[in-house]
Write a protein that binds this ligand. Sequence first.
Ligand code: PMP
Length: 528
Amino acid sequence: MNAETAVPELAEPNLRRLLGTAGLDVEYVSGEGNVLHRRTADGSLTPVLDLAGGYGSLVLGHNHPEIVARARELLDARSPVHAQFSSHPYANELATELNRIIHRELGVSEPYYATFANSGAEAVEAAVKHAELDRGLRLSSILDTIAARAEEARTAVLSGAATVPAPVYERLGVTRPARDEDGVALLIAEAERRNTAVAGRAPVLLALEGGFHGKLIGSVQLTHNEGYRAPFAALGLRTRFVPMDRPDVLKEVMEQERGTLYEIRQRAGRVEVAEHDHPTYCAFLLEPIQGEGGIRPLSRKFAEDIQQFGRDTDCPVVVDEVQSGMGRTGALLASSALGLRGDYYALAKALGGGIAKAAVMLVRETRYRPEFELVHSSTFAKDSFSCHIALKVLELLEAEDGRAYRQATERGEALAAMLQRIGAAFPDVVKEVRGRGLMQGFEFHDQSRARDARLAEAARSGLFGYVIAGHLLHAHGIRTFPTASAVHTLRFEPSLLLTDEEIGLLDRALTDVCQIVREQASERLAVP
Ligand code: PMP
């Protein structure tokens, strides 16, 4: 191609070049199940075993025939994709079916109301936005009560029906004037001053270290990875990151963030001061298994600690199941195995069956604010196409009394057993194998001080996992990547169609990789 006819590269050329350094800038032209076909230099197609699984969106594989057939049916029937502001029975059917499954998994019957979205980050942001609307309404209701009680106290004192005992002044640091009529006004003004300062504080969001919740303006401030978050910190939320398995930090947060709202009221002819806890917290976000943070399961104990923190502080828990949910761990919700009950859930990725862009945020009834429906929407969310596809996905997961869940569990165990065997055979190379079901992580020891200069350099620049991924692709026809925030951990998130033969292929490929790393022999890597 000469320079005049060359197509300019305008769609993220920098990223493509970076992928190119590890040989990962290949083009895939078709996909089925766990297999993608990539175009090689001579124009022919070659199969690749896809274990990146669309980072979790492909629990049923690429182009599942029944999902494709349903998509065809919908298009052939000229089903109106966009009919905003009308009745959406299919969206209701989807919400109902999600509720039925969630109720079964959690053993509860309280409804969860659904707000639809287009992506995982958007579902997370809708949850946070709803939580903030709810917090604001709770705060207003407390302030309204305080204002009404203050008025009653003032009237009672002015009419001589109540007096102000001296300790009440001391309590709020107000100098006692000669007359209680003046005193009650001073007390009310002082309480108001204090309340205004506390009520004006930015809400506290809590998230876990290592967590990932998206890259939009709001959600990126809940994503721990500094590289993604820090450049945009000035735009956003106030988030405190909590390390895993540290209930002591939860206690510390509770002490540091406590805020009090003061109420001046009268009881039996005496004015007194009462206290309300300020609703300080907007939400606590967590993933039951951190995906981008290196496939790190949350412990049952810490899940309980967080749930208790939520109860103690009236802080809603948002369970981000965007990557872990939709059957991958043997249940619709990975968190159901932890005994966790979310106030909110975010689901996306596999909800769209690998074809549609679908996401949903669920809120439990006790926290639900119907007003939210009037202040939140998106042109593309809740469209008939994505809702019908998501219904098909649920039908496939639920068929034959949940055969798909059992398959995910069994295939996940077979995959994990193989990864554990390799980990045990190469303890000098493999730091840890972690995960649940079809969500497995394979962490290498840090190679930044390796003898092999190329491996050391790759590790120091954060590209070690990508260099290994390039070798897996070119030497073994396997596609996977490191997780976004833990770049020494390779992720394996295949579909539940994973075969023993495919596990065998990965076994041989990882054995080869571990031997190269053990022998510090980067010259054997397929990508120079
Ligand atoms: N939450 C989690 C747990 C995720 O893994 C991701 C994506 N990796 C997101 C949110 C964001 O989803 P999306 O890319 O669809 O915006």
